[in-house]
Write a protein that binds this ligand. Structure first.
Ligand SMILES: [Zn+2]
Length: 108
């Protein structure tokens, strides 16, 4: 009976504090998901993503300007924030339009 109350208190304490995944874990999951998508077929070109309203980061913008073919590369491999974002918890990446920067400085 005493054990049950102890566990109820622990569960209540856990429910009050919102869990937050580490930023580097979010970055690794994002990279893995994009890699998985790239394995099953060509990704949409960066230019097409931008034309459809998608945001590109500064590195993706530069690659999107290259001749046809280059713009369809995996954005994870283009973005220089990936390496830091996957390894550091508070990576110094801050440019807009970059999912890695959002994982490290976003609100969730
Ligand atoms: Zn980026």
């Amino acid at each position: 009976m005493e054990d049950e109350r102890l566990f109820e208190r622990l569960a209540a304490a856990g429910a009050a504090a919102p869990a937050r995944a580490p930023a580097r874990l979010k970055a690794r999951i994002y990279s893995a998901l994009v890699n998985r998508m790239a394995e099953t077929g060509a990704l949409r070109t960066l230019a097409a993503s931008k034309a459809d309203g998608g945001r590109l980061c500064v590195f993706e913008e530069a690659v999107a300007l290259l001749p046809a073919g280059a713009g369809s590369k995996n954005p994870c491999r283009i973005c220089h924030a990936r390496v830091l974002g996957e390894r550091l918890e508070r990576a110094p990446i801050f440019w807009p339009g970059c999912p890695y920067a959002e994982f490290h400085h976003g609100s969730d």
